[in-house]
Design a protein around this ligand. Structure first.
Ligand SMILES: CC(C)(CO)C(=O)C(=O)O
Length: 498
């Protein structure tokens, strides 16, 4: 039997990832007549075959390229499809040697064997696709019936079973809208964005019906990656980190989902003064937490195991409550370093050893800490009060700012390049959650709007100034000088997670 974790296939087509990769290696596994093989731990994993080994990567910035490169480097690699967001870039890829290169400590490693496809982001407003033109200016064909997706030439209708989503948080809806018709209720999407609240937004806007909604996984990336200036389809692995992964319980399994958020606190608005609430004074009438078992689907298990067996990713799997706490720690750090570096227009280290900025940081952290400690999802988890104590969060922020002192934060890089920032999913999430929980977060609100104001200011300046390449109608990004030089900085130093 040929297992998919076994030695590398000698079939050149399989190496190229060309075949429709139906798993055949598992077809005898479930034969009830077959009593010859004794059951062992691996049988558990082999019990349910996955349908398709192909992994699609959507969002081909430095993180997407790194993941795609890493996946093709493992024994018996899965077929990997790169989804390009622009016809021009797909053409460049087709005309290139079709390789992704990764630079580590000056050494270049090139990998090939990718498939490529096109999927043009759909612009959205108020929960609807509003686009009548593509980013190359051509008109979208009219759909024959409202239920059918409006497809462009070259766009696929093939189902996607496993998708790794590496776009920025601000591009998730547009990117997913374009492949929504290919995702089914057994597909799995692995979200790898900064910030929190993306999954909820995707559910609300794209998959409101739990019956047709795909399954989800979350990942927190701490690898330091940036673009390789001037070199296409390449990334620089500047800092070794980890990938913390977790499978999210599906709403279809809600009843048995671990730590399903039960509303333990009365939500705002309510009459009378707003009292901060946190687990020290929970609502005694709230129901107790539910059991923590839920089933993984074959696609979820397959994608998780494939990422876990990719050594360079240094991936580890966590339970949903653990992953949530790690996300919240990262969020707290991003809530301070990212917007402050924007307002200061300085590298991460600038916030250190500065009396006034320490005051600012503490005010922000007192709100952030209170919101996090008030989350109903965390109320039954031991030590939440200590883990998210403002003092501990401050130590973490200072530690990360020190380790990444020479970096330009991802938010500052976005601002400088005229891109939309992820502030809505960082400080914006704190403000929104605070409103729901009755914790007013004025400091975070103000800082969020300073970032937005700065973003608008830069975009206006760029619009009035002289861009080097005129944006085509509805083209996503304006190419400006220095864009490729910016460190696309998803840096999150591992040790800082405390
Ligand atoms: C931790 C920090 C601030 C490091 O640069 C980061 O994650 C980011 O820039 O987004």
């Amino acid at each position: 039997m040929k297992g998919w974790w076994g030695p590398e296939s000698t079939d050149p087509q399989a190496k190229q990832g060309i075949r429709a990769e139906k798993t055949d290696e598992l077809e005898h596994e479930d034969d009830p007549q077959d009593t010859s093989s004794s059951k062992n731990a691996a049988d558990f994993y082999r019990a349910q075959p996955v349908l398709d080994r192909r992994i699609h990567v959507l969002g081909l910035g430095s993180v997407g390229r790194f993941i795609a490169h890493s996946l093709r480097g493992i024994p018996n690699p899965p077929p990997v499809s790169l989804i390009f967001h622009h016809g021009r870039i797909l053409k460049e890829w087709e005309e290139s040697p079709k390789r992704i290169s990764l630079v580590t400590d000056g050494d270049i490693e090139r990998r090939e064997g990718y498939d490529a496809e096109l999927s043009v982001p759909r612009f959205r407003s108020h929960g609807k696709e509003i686009q009548s033109q593509t980013n190359t200016g051509e008109a979208f064909p009219e759909a024959l019936d409202a239920e059918q997706p409006r497809l462009l030439e070259g766009e696929s209708t093939e189902p996607i079973h496993s998708l790794i989503l590496c776009t920025k948080a601000t591009k998730v809806l547009q990117a997913l809208s374009a492949v929504k018709h290919r995702l089914h209720n057994d597909s799995v999407i692995c979200f790898l964005q900064n910030g929190i609240g993306i999954v909820e937004e995707v559910n609300r806007e794209l998959f409101p019906d739990p019956e047709t909604r795909p399954h989800y996984m979350l990942g927190i990336n701490s690898h330091g990656l940036h673009n390789n200036t001037g070199v296409k389809f390449s990334a620089v692995h500047a800092g070794f980190g980890t990938l913390s992964l977790g499978i999210l319980p599906h709403e279809r399994d809600r009843k048995s989902a671990p730590y399903a958020p039960t509303l333990k606190f009365k939500t705002y608005p309510e009459p009378g003064p707003i009292e901060p609430r946190h687990p020290a004074n929970p609502d005694p009438t709230a129901p107790a937490p539910t059991a923590s078992t839920f089933k993984w689907t074959p696609n979820q298990r397959y994608l998780l195991r494939t990422l876990l067996r990719t050594p360079i990713l240094c991936a580890t799997a966590y339970s949903p409550p653990d992953l949530l706490q790690m996300q919240l720690e990262k969020l707290a750090v991003n809530c301070i370093i990212n917007p402050l570096t924007v307002t200061l227009d300085a590298r991460n280290g600038a916030i250190l050893y500065n009396y006034s900025l320490t005051r600012v940081m503490r005010l922000l952290l007192s709100e952030i800490s209170l919101v996090i400690r008030s989350l109903p999802e965390l109320q039954y988890i031991p030590n939440v009060e200590q883990r998210f104590d403002p003092g501990r969060l401050e130590t973490m922020v200072v530690g990360v700012a020190h380790k990444t002192r020479d970096n330009i934060s991802s938010m500052l890089a976005d601002i400088r390049n005229g891109r939309q920032t992820e502030v809505d999913y960082i400080n914006g999430w704190i403000v929104k959650k605070g409103e729901e929980l009755g914790v007013r977060c004025l400091m975070n609100y103000m800082l969020m709007h300073q970032v937005k104001g700065k973003s608008r200011m830069v975009q206006t300046e760029l619009g009035e100034g002289v861009p080097f390449v005129e944006p085509k109608p509805l083209e996503e990004e304006v190419m400006i000088r220095g864009q490729d030089d910016s460190r696309e900085n998803e840096y999150w130093q591992d040790g800082s997670q405390g």
